[in-house]
Design a protein around this ligand. Structure first.
Ligand SMILES: [Mn+2]
Length: 334
């Protein structure tokens, strides 16, 4: 059985429906990679498509974005592909309703539950749990038991989640999740699972449970924050067979991110703008740029509209406060 696994598409991110100001936004990049993945699922005739959660960027989504996200799934379903959706934290563990949820090949983990997929002689059980927002360490055991995955008699068992798991790594500083109330311990997964897949962590990586089950994070399909600027983005194509599991990471096209730090000695507007002007030639034309101020004084003197005018319209520009002011938070998952 061939599975395509992706997660954290965050559709609706930087996708204003009626923008007050016309400028390049990043929202279309997310839809583009999303559509690319659905096209691959169809052309490579996968059996199953798993979305590990955070389909959408937030829980209140404009109807247009909901429609744009769900509409292309119908073609996937009509090609005989089963789709599994794990509600993530960004959709508050619930996805917006759609008539698609009544399609016999669309399987939603709206509560802990298990679906069995049969292809020729093989039989794979997919158990899943919607995102548990607090105290997952306490409740994950009960949730897995409630899913019915443990006692199913299918040949192979896949567990689908949207959670932080012990030893997962995020961010440019390689922050590593240790055990805690909101983290699942590697010894909390039951024996007898063949594969565990999860969304939530935006960096693609593979962990192993205490029983040796591979845990695959496909990562997000685009960079949602600068903490992900060094990460390759993509999805997995996985085959399950009696001989075992093979997996292949496929990269997606992503726009490059740059962070500039302004020299601390510059404080007046014109010398700051001049500094940016002298460096802009080093950027590729599809860059996403963050300009980091060295002091609160620089931040107060810079006007974003003026700064944006220095760069080609194809480059996204934002200004950030001095990094010591912003409290450190392990973004790069969310
Ligand atoms: Mn996410």
């Amino acid at each position: 059985m061939k599975i395509l696994l992706f997660a954290d598409s965050h559709l609706g991110f930087n996708y204003p429906i009626r923008p007050r100001i016309e400028r390049r936004r990043r929202g279309a990049d997310f839809f583009q990679n999303y559509q690319h993945i659905l096209d691959v699922a169809i052309t490579e005739k996968v059996d199953v498509l798993v979305h590990g959660g955070d389909v959408f960027f937030r829980s209140k989504i404009p109807p247009l974005v909901i429609e744009k996200a769900y509409e292309p799934l119908l073609k996937v379903l009509d090609n005989g592909i089963d789709i599994f959706l794990v509600p993530g934290n960004h959709e508050r563990s619930r996805l917006p309703q759609t008539p698609l949820f009544h399609h016999p090949r669309l399987h939603l983990f709206d509560r802990p539950r298990t679906f069995i997929i049969r292809r020729n002689t093989s039989e794979v059980a997919f158990g899943g749990i919607p995102n548990i927002r607090t105290n997952v360490a306490d409740s994950i055991g009960r949730a897995i038991a409630a899913s019915g995955l443990i006692e199913t008699t299918a040949q192979m068992k896949v567990l689908c989640l949207h959670q932080s798991i012990e030893n997962a790594v995020v961010g440019v500083q390689n922050y590593k999740f240790r055990r805690g109330p909101d983290v699942i311990g590697l010894n909390q997964f039951p024996r007898g699972m063949d594969l565990i897949v999860s969304g939530h962590i935006h960096r693609q990586q593979i962990l192993k449970s205490s029983y040796g089950t591979p845990i695959i994070y496909p990562g997000s399909i685009e960079r949602t924050s600068f903490a992900e600027r060094l990460e390759e983005k993509g999805y997995y194509v996985i085959t399950l067979s009696e001989a075992g599991i093979t997996r292949e990471f496929r990269p997606l096209q992503c726009r490059p991110m740059f962070e500039w730090s302004l020299p601390v000695n510059l404080i007046d507007e014109s010398s700051l703008l001049q500094e940016m002007e002298s460096k802009r030639g080093f950027l590729p034309e599809d860059a996403i740029l963050r300009i980091r101020c060295a002091s609160p004084a620089q931040l107060s003197v810079l006007k974003i509209e003026k700064v944006r005018r220095l760069f080609p319209a194809s480059i996204n520009v934002e200004i950030a406060p001095p990094s010591r002011i912003a409290a450190y938070h392990p973004v790069g998952y969310a």
